[in-house]
Ligand binder design. Structure first.
Ligand code: KG4
Ligand code: ZN
Length: 337
């Protein structure tokens, strides 16, 4: 069964064709990074206009590269929440138009569920149940994946997401957007012992995250160097911050695994591309007897293949939408639509 997946929740316009939730037949991604870089972050108005300009071509490319036509497609899966509302609406309305004209069933996908499904594409043997940490620009979530469409949130950030913490501190240090990528790269040259930043924690909610205190401490440190008029030690600050975040993420995974008894651990989302996380977490899992899974680098960021993959499982579970489907900036992970 072939599913066409469409993703436009933030600054990537993406479409893909995936077979049976596991095999990528095509994966076409247009990233708007260069359009937003002059502003140091995503400008929602520009993002939605840009999605509108390119979405037809991106979907056409996905079908052509897969060597299929619409008549070969069993369902159109689209990210309907969460994300930037103006961006989501472009993908949702495009998918609705496609389904209305062709009679193909429409499937709404929760963006976070899509990120998790990237793991099914990169790890053919992975099946639920497992524990997944979803770390992106907007989310830091610990999730019990009980089945393909049965997900239970265990913990989430109370304030900033991990990616947002990287992006905002990177911006304060003058690194280019998207900051998380640049910070990760320069951190490789820094000394993680240079700065001791506060350990994030949430009282009485050990599975929740809080990164705003850490972010503020790092930004204060950057301002301190600016006030002194001395050069900001960008690599050392980046390395120290990156280690604090990664240690915190691993500590949360460790606790969640202990509490739930899951033996399989996965990561997903843009920050799962982080080089230190990709080194440290497999080592932790190996040492503690957990099986570890992560998406290949090209599937960590937003893409249509992950939406098509999750779309397959939603469709198989009978989760089909009609023409009343609307986009939403937020949605319940357990019962999104
Ligand atoms: O999943 P994603 O593409 O979009 C959202 O759903 O938010 O994640 C984007 C986030 C950004 O905050 C970006 O800076 C971060 O992922 N990111 C990274 C790395 N690559 C992307 N953060 C740390 N290290 C990386 N290598
Ligand atoms: Zn995302």
């Amino acid at each position: 069964m072939k599913i066409l997946g469409i993703e436009s929740s933030c600054d990537e316009t993406a479409a893909a064709v995936v077979e049976n939730g596991r095999k990528i037949l095509s994966n076409s991604v247009y990233t708007q990074i260069s359009r937003h870089r002059p502003f140091g972050g995503v400008v929602p108005e520009i993002a939605s206009r840009c999605h509108t300009e390119v979405i037809s071509q991106i979907v056409r490319d996905a079908l052509d590269q897969a060597g299929v036509s619409l008549s070969d497609i069993s369902a159109v899966a689209v990210t309907a929440a969460p994300g930037l509302i103006g961006s989501l609406l472009v993908g949702v309305n495009f998918a609705k138009g496609l389904c209305l004209a062709s009679g193909i069933p429409l499937v709404a996908v929760h963006h976070t569920r899509g990120h998790i499904a990237a793991n099914y594409l990169s790890n053919p043997s992975l099946e639920p149940p497992f524990l997944c940490l979803v770390v992106s620009g907007g989310h830091t979530d610990l999730i019990a994946v009980e089945d393909y469409t049965v997900l239970r949130p265990l913990g989430a950030t109370r304030d900033d997401a991990a990616g947002e913490t990287f992006d905002k501190t990177a911006r304060a240090m003058g690194l280019p957007y998207p900051g998380g990528v640049a910070l990760d790269r320069i951190a490789e040259e820094g000394n993680p012992d240079s700065f001791s930043f506060p350990k994030p924690s949430v009282e009485n909610a050990p599975l929740d995250f809080s990164f705003s205190g850490l972010k503020t401490a790092v930004i204060n440190q950057i301002h301190h160097f600016e006030q002194l008029g001395t050069e900001i030690p960008v690599a050392d600050i980046s390395a120290s911050l990156r280690r604090s975040v990664v240690e915190d993420l691993i500590a949360h995974i460790s606790l969640a695994a202990e509490e739930t008894g899951y033996k399989k651990i996965a990561i997903a989302g843009g920050v799962s591309a982080n080089a230190l996380l990709r080194r440290e977490l497999p080592a932790f899992c190996e040492k503690n007897g957990f099986a570890f899974f992560m998406p290949e680098l090209s599937l960590c960021g937003d893409n249509g293949a992950m939406i098509a993959a999750q779309g397959f499982f939603e469709f198989s579970a009978g989760n089909i939408s009609d023409m009343r489907l609307n986009a939403s900036p937020s949605a319940d992970l357990e019962k999104p639509f």
